[in-house]
Design a protein around this ligand. Structure first.
Ligand code: F6R
Length: 259
């Protein structure tokens, strides 16, 4: 794992946007794996700004999102379809039909999950997968005890995840209890993964992911098995890492490695 610790979230977001631009420049028809959540909002704002400045195009790219709530139609304001439209798709130049999320309103969510996994494979797999991390160590909606070999499927959300995401829902509205999510093996298949984590509240999960044992109890720890995984942190999210000074030495302020 490459651990980049940046001075603050703003610097970290710029570094992540740079990596996405590099990856898209290196491969004309990039397949992006996208995530939602608070962590991604400034990143998408940065990508939109670069697109408006003529520095970034999505015209030849495709995308697959990690997850979607079961029971929310794409047009529901809290669906991840709506989130992606609001924060990215409406403002950049993906070709029609080039972006995909699981359909949370599908009559048979299990069949929808299987079909989504097959669509990713048919697209040739994911080149660069973006990830956030939950306070309980989830990636996508792979909650603790998710199989390390899991594929896209329906997962029941933990109460802690539903409580964390309640902030995105209107008062009196409850987050759904289940989601369709790419599995941990689906995520590991991506040719490169980029996980972002900011703030002290993520520090225990970040520590468990990077320095703890590989364990289904901390699903993000499976990234220790990935050959090209980069983690971009701010100082607060990195604050509990035992080898923090070492990561700083290898990548001072998130810079490329010293030789
Ligand atoms: C979102 C997702 C989740 C979030 C995680 C962090 O598509 O898959 O794993 O990345 O819950 O969410 P925030 O960024 O809101 O803290």
């Amino acid at each position: 794992m490459k651990i980049l610790i940046l001075p603050d979230q703003g610097d970290a977001t710029i570094r992540a946007a740079d990596m996405i631009c590099e990856s898209m420049a290196a491969r004309a028809r990039t397949v992006l794996g996208l995530a939602t959540g608070g962590t991604m909002e400034p990143l998408y704002a940065e990508l939109v700004a670069r697109h408006r400045q003529g520095r970034l195009t999505f015209a030849d790219a495709r995308s697959f999102n990690l997850d979607e709530y079961v029971g929310l139609a794409p047009r529901h304001p809290q669906s991840y379809h709506s989130y992606m439209h609001r924060h990215l798709f409406a403002h950049v130049d993906f070709a029609p039909g080039a972006t995909a999320l699981p359909d949370g309103s599908a009559p048979d969510p299990d069949a929808e999950a299987d079909a989504y996994e097959a669509r990713i494979a048919a697209a040739g797999g994911i080149d660069l997968q973006l990830l956030g991390i939950g306070r309980n160590g989830h990636i996508g909606f792979n909650e603790p005890t998710s199989s390390l070999c899991s594929r896209t499927r329906v997962k029941t959300l933990t109460e802690s995840t539903r409580a964390a995401n309640a902030r995105f829902f209107a008062e009196g509205e409850e987050p759904p209890t289940c989601a369709i999510t790419m599995g941990l093996a689906t995520i590991l298949d991506a040719r490169q993964v980029l996980l972002l984590a900011f703030g002290a509240e993520k520090a225990p999960a970040v520590r468990a992911m990077i320095e703890g044992p590989v364990s289904a109890f901390t699903p993000a720890s499976v990234l220790q098995m990935h050959r090209r995984a980069t983690v971009i942190l701010d100082q607060a999210a990195a604050s509990m890492l035992e080898l923090r000074e070492y990561y700083h030495t290898v990548h001072p302020d998130g810079a490329p490695a010293l030789v």
